[in-house]
Design a binder for this molecule. Structure first.
Ligand SMILES: Cc1cc2nc3c(=O)[nH]c(=O)nc-3n(C[C@H](O)[C@H](O)[C@H](O)COP(=O)(O)OP(=O)(O)OC[C@H]3O[C@@H](n4cnc5c(N)ncnc54)[C@H](O)[C@@H]3O)c2cc1C
Length: 347
């Protein structure tokens, strides 16, 4: 019999973000699958009543809250103190939270304080035979493990994008405030502001339907014997904007910047997909001017539908790495795609 505590923080407008709804979806599914278990919600933030009301009908047996200005910012000391107090108040055996940077930083420390264990980046939860198991990938997403633990409490960080988000009616939740004894030493760190790229400079969009991958071919000499990096930059930028796509890159392309060569101004190593890059989860991917070598395509593991545009009919994508390979000039294809997308948008 488990007491499952869903931990989440309210946003600055009092709402709950999508990763919190997804973790709640997982918590609800587990509660139904584990006979005799119950769900408790624990919220942290400046104000938590609006967040509690937004999920009032989720079936939780209690809504606990730690609220106040001290708990608004993402700060390890106060978040950990609040989560520890909530876990003790709920007598939780399972702590579930979204694997955002805020909770990834906090929850393992909370598990340590409570004498429990923590698992991060969890991509699946199941309860076969009344026993909780989690799925987690290791070794750069090459091996998947199914893990069970006897130790309680068990803190589980649910990877955003892997679980269906809870959806339900709003209501009025009866919130039980939980007090936290906060020494001054917990408030030494202050968050002075947030820096983020301008909306149109933000090229990594985990929620995008399409991942557009740019390879080093965009910077290579083309049929006329000249490179056309500025044209490439505009084509890719327009395509990202029109298709609302997320931008991925090959290692070769991002490395060119460090070698002093002309590259796309909006690319950084954060865009790199592959063995030494990221492994994003988009429903569709389109690789352009990218050869499709194994160290790159290993990062496409979770992309469901894969297409590539390459001049070379023998490139890596042709060897079972893509569902469709267009043997064509990506400059011409993307220019046409952008034209069609713009026409569609203006209809
Ligand atoms: C240990 C290790 C780890 C690595 N990790 C990664 C990783 O995480 N991610 C990664 O990406 N790579 C990684 N690599 C590098 C990887 O092996 C490749 O070197 C790299 O992916 C090649 O990048 P690319 O395909 O963009 O460039 P290239 O190999 O130069 O390919 C360019 C392609 O563009 C095509 N092209 C050129 N012009 C056009 C045009 N007009 N239209 C259409 N196509 C055109 C060419 O036909 C060619 O296929 C790693 C390598 C090692 C050894």
């Amino acid at each position: 019999m488990e007491t499952i505590l869903l931990l989440a923080n309210s946003e600055s407008d009092g709402s709950l973000a999508k990763p919190a709804h997804e973790a709640l979806g997982a918590a609800k599914a587990l509660t139904s699958a584990l006979p005799g278990s119950k769900l408790v919600v624990g919220l942290i933030g400046q104000t938590v009543q609006p967040a509690a009301d937004s999920i009032a009908t989720c079936g939780a047996t209690a809504f606990l809250g730690v609220a106040g200005a001290d708990f608004a910012p993402s700060r390890y000391a106060t978040d950990a103190a609040a989560a520890e107090a909530l876990a003790k108040a709920a007598q939780a055996t399972i702590l579930l939270a979204p694997a955002t940077s805020r909770w990834n930083r906090t929850l393992p420390g909370v598990a340590q304080r409570l004498g429990g264990r923590a698992d991060t980046h969890v991509t699946g939860l199941s309860a076969d035979g009344g026993k909780l198991s989690i799925n987690r990938w290791y070794y750069r997403q090459r091996m998947e493990a199914v893990v069970q633990r006897a130790q309680r409490p068990w803190a589980i960080l649910v990877e955003p994008g892997t679980q269906p988000a809870w959806q339900g009616e709003r209501g009025t939740a009866t919130l039980q405030p939980v007090s936290v004894n906060l020494p001054e030493s917990c408030k030494r760190t202050t968050v002075v502001g947030l820096r983020e790229p301008a909306a149109d400079a933000q090229t990594i969009r985990p929620d995008a339907v399409l991942l557009l991958v740019a390879g080093a071919g965009w910077t290579k000499k083309q049929a006329d014997g000249q490179p056309h990096v500025k044209d490439a930059e505009k084509l890719i930028h327009d395509c990202l904007k029109l298709a609302r796509a997320s931008l991925g890159s090959s290692k070769s392309l991002v490395d060119l910047g460090g070698e002093g060569q002309a590259v796309l101004s909006f690319l950084t190593h954060l865009n790199q997909i592959g063995q030494t890059g990221s492994t994003p989860r988009h429903p569709k991917g389109l690789a352009t001017c990218c050869h499709g070598e194994e160290p790159h395509t290993v990062g496409w593991r979770f992309i469901n539908e894969r297409r590539a545009i390459n001049l070379d009919p023998n490139c890596g994508w042709a060897r079972g790495k893509a569902d469709v390979l267009y043997v064509a000039d990506a400059f011409a294809v993307i220019a046409k795609v952008n034209q069609l997308l713009a026409e569609n948008a203006s209809k």
